[in-house]
Design a protein around this ligand. Structure first.
Ligand SMILES: Cc1cc2nc3c(=O)[nH]c(=O)nc-3n(C[C@H](O)[C@H](O)[C@H](O)COP(=O)(O)OP(=O)(O)OC[C@H]3O[C@@H](n4cnc5c(N)ncnc54)[C@H](O)[C@@H]3O)c2cc1C
Length: 347
């Protein structure tokens, strides 16, 4: 999405944090103050409309608009555990709609692993690195043991990760999460802050379309025909040698060409992970990574597929990044140290 936005004339500011909202004398929002987390540079950015689409952090932005703003998000933690595919004993996903204690559990094949989840734990504090609770880990391992071909234990977990769902709070029962609607809410404040809260990945295009429609109806944005309804990010028409690279659509041909030109780039970085050096180089050139974590956790899914294996490839990936992004050796060493610290949350 970010790449496509740039291709069509948008500007993406990676590692920029909004620290405040700019307002004119009549209290209408005219833009944002932001800080470049990479350089520390501070900027005021003017705009016709500010859209708050910050997920679980939405209320921080609401409080920048109005310090007394009521909470609109009821964060709910969900964790997932990754184990080897042999535990599933087949290629089909399992869905247990009602566990003994009335919850839902699923096990889904993912590359050569299985992702087992999830939980629904209301939390009061929103932070960047939520941590799985013992109770959540035990629930998943114990329940999954009843349905998988082998009983997974804690030491079989290749990665344990937690996330916060940005559920839209129910103003009549702000504590609830399971009962809370998974639907999204769009609001426009008196000062002109347009917010989209709640919702799901599955419905993100509809959420985006309705948000823009609201901006048009309120007279802030110009009316234009929707161009994303049938929009395709990728075409999958290129003939590829590798099925694995299909996630890149036609662009996979560029990665295959790199491997054809330099076959050593086609070797797996680690047999436990489905990634080669070629992808890392291609990602550095095309997907705007700034930190080692960007590549290992977000551009690839190495961290989530196998946290230990991701640590093993971290030095090589940092070295490739350092060459591609033209940084010094110390930068690569610092990145590996920082990554190893982050990793502790996932083991
Ligand atoms: C356990 C779990 C299970 C889920 N299951 C499903 C599912 O089954 N189906 C489904 O469709 N979806 C599912 N989801 C997805 C989910 O519910 C949301 O749709 C998604 O996580 C929210 O995406 P988002 O873009 O709104 O927020 P995020 O992905 O959190 O994006 C918000 C962005 O705002 C940025 N930001 C925050 N504050 C600032 C600031 N001050 N300045 C600049 N940037 C800022 C953040 O850095 C972040 O990049 C699940 C999520 C979890 C955690």
């Amino acid at each position: 999405m970010a790449r496509e936005c740039v291709k069509r004339g948008g500007t993406i500011l990676n590692y920029f944090e909004v620290t405040g909202l700019l307002k004119n004398d009549s209290g209408k929002i005219t833009g944002v103050s932001a800080i470049d987390l990479d350089t520390g540079g501070k900027y005021d950015i003017l705009s016709k409309l500010v859209i708050n689409a910050t997920g679980v952090f939405a209320d921080e932005i609401h409080r920048m608009d109005d310090p007394l703003a009521r909470p609109t998000i009821r964060p709910s933690q969900g964790i997932h555990i990754i184990i080897d595919k042999s535990f599933l004993g087949g290629n089909s996903a399992i869905m247990i709609p009602k566990t003994d204690d009335g919850r839902v559990l699923f096990a889904i094949p993912w590359y050569d692993k299985v992702v087992v989840g999830t939980t629904d734990t209301p939390v009061d504090v929103v932070n960047d690195e939520p941590k799985a609770l013992e109770e959540e880990v035990n629930f998943i391992l114990n329940t999954a043991s009843k349905y998988l071909t082998k009983k997974p234990t804690r030491s079989d977990s290749l990665c344990i990760f937690a996330g916060l769902r940005p559920l839209a709070a129910n103003p009549d029962n702000p504590e609830a999460t399971k009962e809370v609607s998974r639907r999204h809410k769009i609001t426009l404040s008196g000062s002109g802050l347009l917010s989209i809260v709640g919702g799901k990945w599955t419905s993100y295009r509809r959420m985006a379309e309705e948000t823009i429609d609201k901006g048009i109806k309120s007279g802030i944005l110009e009316r234009k025909k929707c161009m994303t309804r049938n929009f395709r990010f990728y075409s999958n028409e290129a003939e590829l040698k590798s099925d694995r690279l299909k996630i890149y659509g036609d662009q996979a041909a560029e990665i295959e060409k790199m491997i054809d030109d330099k076959p050593e780039l086609g070797e797996l970085l680690d047999t436990r992970l489905p990634y080669t050096k070629a992808e890392i180089v291609w990602i550095c050139r095309n997907e705007m990574p700034l930190k080692l974590e960007d590549i290992l956790a977000r551009r690839t899914r190495a961290l989530f597929l196998d946290a230990g294996a991701s640590a093993a490839i971290a030095p090589v990936v940092a070295e490739i990044m350092s060459q591609e992004l033209k940084t010094d050796v110390k930068w690569a060493e610092d990145q590996v140290k920082e990554y190893n610290q982050l990793l502790l949350n996932y083991l």
